[in-house]
Design a protein around this ligand. Structure first.
Ligand code: NAD
Length: 297
């Protein structure tokens, strides 16, 4: 048996096109563009790539992009002041502070300063709390993207056994909350979990968000299960001096057993920015008090 490949790249392209249509409709109704501000502190190469690509995608979706690049030695107070300015700016619907921040800054303090109604990353405790109690808010982009892929593939998730490997605040925990809200029976596995392969073998849905290359093996997967691989790991390639990206799942093995699986790259990765644009657009509609049907996006 060979698993169906879940094409996150194609799904993300469709989502971005839908966001683009709704962004145009927003501009007509509101007389302004929806706006997303991205703040980058320092010169971390991966973060620079992410920020550039977020800015480009924002413009492509017909939204206004505000990029703020600050030097690595920026004082925490200056970053906090910038966030406060963006909170007060009516042209800015969403604020994203690219993580990780330099070591002299307190990430939690910065996140806590972002207005919850502009927190399109969904990292503020208010939004984490809203997700936990089932109130509308903003959900972290990567797990929301995973849920969209799962619902697209499986339809109703109710009653399915889901195992989320990883308990980070940005992926594992919100992923588990989302699956619980869909009435899955959810297990959160992590670095201290005993007999991880046996735990994973129970799952109809496996979400791997660990950061360990190809850790989840084919014989951990229940035949026919749906596997969502969030991991992005760079390992040496066969060709001398080159590297390649792999997920947290041993794709070649798991694809022989699973019913459906996301590849790396081209699975979860492209969903993250698409969902970020979606969240920013939802924020814009909410800020203007405009109606947006719950299933519009
Ligand atoms: P993290 O380091 O914050 O959390 C990793 C989690 O894995 C921890 O909760 C830990 O308990 C668990 N873990 C570690 N070793 C384990 C083991 N041996 N067995 C079981 N669990 C173990 O990472 P994160 O930010 O949640 O990211 C996880 C992965 O997802 C990384 O590869 C990251 O690059 C990737 N990621 C991808 C996207 C995307 O857009 N596709 C977004 C965010 C993160």
């Amino acid at each position: 048996m060979t698993a169906a490949v879940i094409d996150g790249k194609a799904f993300a392209a469709t989502l971005r096109a839908r966001v683009g249509d709704l962004a145009r409709a927003f501009e007509e109704k509101a007389g302004r563009k929806a706006g997303l501000a991205v703040v980058l502190v320092g010169e971390d190469p991966a973060s620079q790539v992410y920020v550039r690509s977020k800015g480009k995608s924002t413009l492509e979706a017909g939204m206004a992009s505000f990029e703020h690049k600050l030097p690595a030695d920026t004082a925490e107070a200056d970053l906090l002041a910038l966030v406060e300015r963006l909170n007060a700016d009516p042209a800015v619907d969403g604020i994203l502070v690219q993580l990780p921040l330099p070591a002299h800054m307190d990430e939690q303090k910065i996140i806590a300063t972002i207005a919850p109604d502009k927190d399109v990353d969904g990292f503020h405790v208010i939004n984490a709390g809203r997700l936990a109690v089932g109130q509308p808010g903003y959900v972290p982009c990567t797990p929301l993207g995973c849920l969209m892929l799962l619902k697209d593939k499986l339809g109703d998730l109710s009653g399915l056994d889901a195992v989320v490997i990883g308990r980070s605040n940005i992926v594992g925990k919100p992923m588990a909350q989302l699956l619980l809200a869909e009435s899955c029976t959810v297990t959160i596995a992590h670095s201290r979990t005993k007999n991880l392969p046996d735990v994973v073998r129970r799952a109809d849905i496996v979400v791997a968000a660990v950061g360990r290359p190809q850790m989840v093996k084919g014989d951990w997967i229940k035949p026919g299960a749906t596997v969502i691989d969030v991991g992005i790991n760079r390992i040496p390639a066969a060709e001398e001096g080159k590297t390649r990206l792999v997920g947290d799942v041993d794709y070649a093995e798991a694809a022989q057993v699973a019913g459906a699986i996301t590849p790396v790259p081209g699975g979860v990765g492209p969903m993250t920015i698409a969902v970020l644009l979606r969240n920013a657009l939802v924020a814009a509609y909410r800020h203007e008090g405009l109606e947006l049907a719950p299933d519009a996006i």
